[in-house]
Design a protein around this ligand. Structure first.
Ligand SMILES: Nc1ncnc2c1ncn2[C@@H]1O[C@H](COP(=O)(O)OP(=O)(O)OP(=O)(O)O)[C@@H](O)[C@H]1O
Ligand SMILES: [Mg+2]
Length: 233
C-alpha cells in the first residue's frame, strides 16, 4: 500500500511545550483521513510540519515519499487550507486567484477560476477587495486556492468554519469525490459529526500523539471513550 503521508517519531517543542510527542502517522493514498483531538493536541502543528512551514525538533515526515525538509518540492503536489489565514487584504479574489494560477503553472486559469467562482457561489465578489469580504467568502477563496491546481494531497484545517450550509453540502460532495479519484485528504476538525460523514478513517490525538485510530463511522463513540477521564461521558 503506497503512503501519501508518513511521520516517524515526529517531535515538535515550543520552549517547554511539547506540541508533538513522537507522532507516528501513516495515511495511504486515496484515503480521507481525519485528525481529531482537543484544543492544543497538535493537529495544526502536524499540518504545519507536513506543509513545510515549521521545522520539527526531531523525527521525520514525508508527503508522497518526499522528505518535507524539501518543502518546495513537496508543495508542488500539495493543497492547504490553513487554520485562520486569509489572502492579502489589498487584492481582489480574481487578482489573488490569477496569482495562484501563475505560481501553480496552471495552463487554463480563466476556465478554472470561473469554475470555482461559480461552484462556491462567489462570482459577485470577484472584484471586491479581500478586506471587504465576509469571513465565509474569504474562506471560499481559501478553499479555491487549495484545490485549483488539483493537488494529490490536501490538508484541510477546519475548512468549514463560516461556510453556509448550502456550500457545506456542495463542498462535502466535492471532497468525497476528490478522494475517490485517488487523491488524499488530511482533515483536522472538532466537528465529530462532520468527520463521521466525510472521513474514511480518523486518528484521535492527545498530547501530541495519536492514541487511537478508528473507522470514521465509530469516531464519535470512540472519541468520548478516550476522553472519559476529562469529563466527556
Ligand atoms: N508558534 C507556537 N509557539 C508556541 N507554542 C505553540 C505554537 N504553535 C503551537 N503551539 C502550542 O503547541 C500545542 C499544539 O498546538 P496546535 O495548534 O497544534 O493544536 P491543535 O490541536 O491544532 O489545537 P486547536 O484544536 O485549538 O486548533 C499547544 O500547546 C500550542 O499552544
Ligand atoms: Mg488547530
Amino acid at each position: 500500500m503506497e503512503e501519501a503521508i508518513r511521520t516517524i517519531k515526529l517531535v515538535k517543542k515550543f520552549g517547554d511545550v511539547k506540541a508533538l510527542d513522537e507522532l507516528n502517522l501513516s495515511v495511504p493514498k486515496g484515503i480521507f483521513y481525519g485528525l481529531l483531538g482537543p484544543n492544543g493536541s497538535g493537529k495544526t502543528t502536524t499540518v504545519r510540519i507536513l506543509s513545510g512551514q515549521v521545522k520539527p525538533t526531531s523525527g521525520k515526515a514525508y508527503v508522497l515519499g518526499i522528505d518535507v525538509s524539501n518543502y518546495i518540492k513537496v508543495r508542488e503536489n500539495l493543497g492547504l487550507v490553513p487554520e485562520e489565514e486569509y489572502p492579502p487584504s489589498f487584492l481582489t479574489p480574481l487578482e489573488y486567484l490569477k496569482f495562484v494560477c501563475k505560481v501553480r503553472k496552471i495552463e487554463n486559469p480563466e476556465e478554472r477560476i470561473n469554475f470555482w467562482l461559480n461552484f462556491l457561489d462567489f462570482e459577485n465578489y470577484k472584484n471586491v477587495l479581500v478586506k471587504d469580504l465576509s469571513r465565509g467568502t474569504k474562506q471560499k477563496l481559501m478553499l479555491t486556492q487549495a484545490f485549483i491546481h488539483e493537488p494529490k494531497v490536501v490538508f484541510l484545517d477546519e475548512p468549514f468554519i463560516n461556510i453556509d450550509p448550502i456550500i457545506q453540502r456542495k463542498f462535502k460532495k466535492f471532497i468525497r469525490s476528490y478522494v475517490k479519484k485517488g487523491n488524499t485528504i488530511l482533515f483536522c476538525t472538532h466537528i465529530l459529526s462532520l468527520a463521521k460523514e466525510v472521513c474514511d478513517e480518523v486518528g484521535i490525538m492527545k498530547n501530541g500523539r495519536i492514541i487511537k485510530e478508528v473507522k470514521a463511522k465509530n469516531c464519535e463513540k470512540e472519541f468520548f471513550k478516550v476522553f472519559k477521564d476529562v469529563g466527556a461521558t
